[in-house]
Design a protein around this ligand. Structure first.
Ligand code: ADP
Length: 590
């Protein structure tokens, strides 16, 4: 699709035609000048030739006149010897007086004013074509100055003389032919340029109007065509690079939209370039006043240190400056935010806001956990140390007392072992859950095995158990973690619920993905203020009782983490005197 005219140039002569006609007219002008020059030269050449012939006659006549005394008969004899019988001969004295003229004898005026005579007097010889003032006839005159006497021959300007003065016109035909050839070559050349330019213009118009031009523009096979082809190629390369940049920008924008941090970028004038929704949300949590625009963020009181940092550094723009950073931690609305500002070398900057409350909470919990663990370990270790010290410092101690202390030592070391085992299980669940291997586990068998293991305790507590499971409750999971879930819940019920209780293990629902369990007892229950914390590590409702019973305070924590490992959720419900019910789900296939 090649359009020659664009909208703005409807009546404009196409460039190729303008180029053609200007070059062609220039060429014609040069040819014309050359023809004129050549014509003139040819004409002068013919005149020179005739003049030289007559000049020779003048010399011959002069020589004859030197030998003869009778001038008229000498001239007559001379004319008879030459082909031009009508030759007019004139001899003029140095003062211009005509000494002899074979055409006219009477009334001859002074001839020094004749142009050919004047030329001869100046240059030795001269010629002229003019009408004779004496005879009124048109002649071709040729005068020769010999010893200040002018010998002049003249021929009537008749058809014979005219034809001998006529020029050879071959060169005119030659140039006409050349012009014709030039016309065709030029038209072909300008047509090709015109094609290229028309395509280039079409390409430029498409680009200007936002249409993506075709890649396969085919230009004529010449230098201009190559240049044009390269322009189109460069355009496409540039478009490709632009698209890639746009795609990357798009990815970055998407990344920021889905990011868990508030983020905004600003130009050096402080105008927003890009921001995500979390940014404005966080800014509003941080600020006491309502902020509508990301641009306003920098002016809120809480970000004064960052505002100050920007003011100080934006003014001090140095060429070798590096990217600068400033961060502030803001504690607001029960949350902790880390606001960071990065100032780039071009004075544009970005602000990021991170909600670090969770991280802070996690590190607080970690600190607390370490304290708890050391506290839990300290108790049995110091008891063991105390008992052993007593035995060592009292060698005479009675054997039954010694045995009593040793038994206490043994029970404390068992407690230590259990504690270390539970801590290790929890650590593995948190840090290396991929180390637990998965197998097919039959929950019917697993639960009946646990009940058999605990039958003595069940009997002691006069407890009744009821298990309601589908005939084949099978799932993929870790055998030992699934064991911990049911074993810990059963141990707790037997340990804390009291006597004559009923323990019910019920798989009350099943769908394609999950088993839904409830584990309940109808014992003493857990007071409402504790129910939400029983899954925390080392949390005990009754600290003294739990320790006495031998609980580590980690049982329910292990249960919760094991349920989570099996992609399930657990919660507990209790009302005092009516027992505790744990509800949890287990995914059939992990
Ligand atoms: P422990 O190792 O001390 O038993 P757990 O994490 O297993 O720790 O239990 C936390 C606390 O929850 C226990 O100290 C106990 O007071 C309470 N608890 C757990 N199960 C029951 C239950 N079935 N009935 C009453 N209280 C319970």
């Amino acid at each position: 699709m090649v359009t020659i005219e664009n909208n703005g140039g409807k009546n404009r002569i196409p460039f190729s035609q303008r180029l053609f006609w200007s070059i062609f007219f220039m060429f014609l002008g040069i040819v014309f000048c050359f023809l004129l020059f050549q014509y003139q030269r040819e004409k002068e050449f013919a005149q020179e030739k005739l003049s030289t012939l007559l000049d020779n006659y003048n010399y011959l006549l002069y020589k004859k006149c030197q030998k003869e005394t009778d001038l008229p008969s000498t001239v007559r004899g001379f004319i008879e010897d030459i082909p031009q019988r009508d030759l007019r001969v004139t001899i003029i004295a140095p003062n211009g007086e005509v000494l002899f003229d074979n055409a006219e004898t009477e009334g001859l005026s002074n001839h020094n004013d004749r142009s050919e005579v004047q030329k001869a007097r100046l240059n030795g010889k001269g010629f002229a074509i003019r009408t004779s003032q004496t005879t009124g006839i048109r002649y071709f005159y040729s005068a020769t100055n010999i010893d200040s006497y002018i010998y002049r021959s003249a021929l009537r300007f008749d058809p014979y003389v005219r034809s001998s003065l006529s020029i050879n016109k071959d060169f005119i035909y030659f140039f006409l032919l050349m012009s014709l050839l030039f016309f065709f070559v030029l038209s072909k050349f300008t047509y090709s340029i015109g094609q290229t330019i028309a395509k280039l213009r079409d390409f430029a118009n498409n680009v200007k109007n936002g249409h993506i031009p075709l890649i396969d523009y085919v230009f004529p096979n010449d230098e201009l065509g190559d240049i044009s082809q390269n322009i189109v190629k460069l355009y496409h390369l540039q478009q490709k690079a632009k698209n890639e940049v746009a795609m990357e920008r798009d990815k970055i924008v998407k990344h920021f939209q889905y990011s868990k941090e508030g983020f905004a970028m600003f130009s050096l004038e402080g105008k927003e370039i890009l921001s995500n929704t979390l940014f404005i949300q966080y800014i509003n949590v941080i600020s006491d006043s309502h902020v509508n625009q990301a641009d306003e963020a920098i002016y809120i009181e809480e970000l004064n240190p960052i505002h100050q940092f920007l003011n100080d550094n934006i003014r001090n723009l140095k060429r070798d400056r590096k990217v600068l950073r400033k961060s502030v931690t803001i504690d607001k609305g029960g949350k902790i935010f880390l606001v960071e500002c990065i100032l780039f070398v071009d004075n544009s900057y970005e602000l990021s806001i991170n909600d670090i409350s969770r991280q802070e909470e996690e590190s607080r919990l970690k600190r607390q956990l370490t304290q708890n663990i050391s506290h839990e370990l300290k108790t049995p270790v110091s008891s063991i140390q105390g008992y052993l010290e007593t035995i060592l410092s009292n060698p005479e101690i009675a054997p039954d007392k010694q045995r009593f202390f040793l038994e206490r030592c043994y029970s404390q070391s068992t407690r230590l072992t259990l504690l270390l085992r539970d801590i290790s299980v929890l650590n593995r669940l948190e840090e290396a859950s991929n180390m637990f291997d998965l197998t097919e586990v039959n929950l019917n068998q697993l639960i009946s095995g646990i009940l058999a293991e605990c039958s003595r305790e069940i009997e002691e507590k006069k407890a009744k158990t009821e298990v309601k499971l589908p005939a084949k409750t099978v799932m993929e999971g870790n055998q030992s973690l699934l064991y911990s879930i049911f074993r810990n819940l059963l141990d707790n019920a037997l340990a804390y619920a009291g006597e004559n209780i009923k323990i019910t293990i019920n798989c009350y629902k099943e769908d394609s993905k999950y088993y839904y369990f409830s584990f309940s007892d109808n014992g003493v229950g857990i007071p409402a203020e504790h129910i939400n914390r029983i899954f925390e590590r080392f949390y005990r409702v009754d600290k003294g009782r739990s320790r006495k019973i031998g609980g580590t305070g980690l049982g329910l924590s292990i249960v919760k983490n094991s349920v989570n490992f099996h992609k399930g959720q657990i919660s507990a419900k209790s009302s005092p005197g009516k027992g505790v019910t744990f509800f949890f789900t287990l995914k059939k296939k992990l």
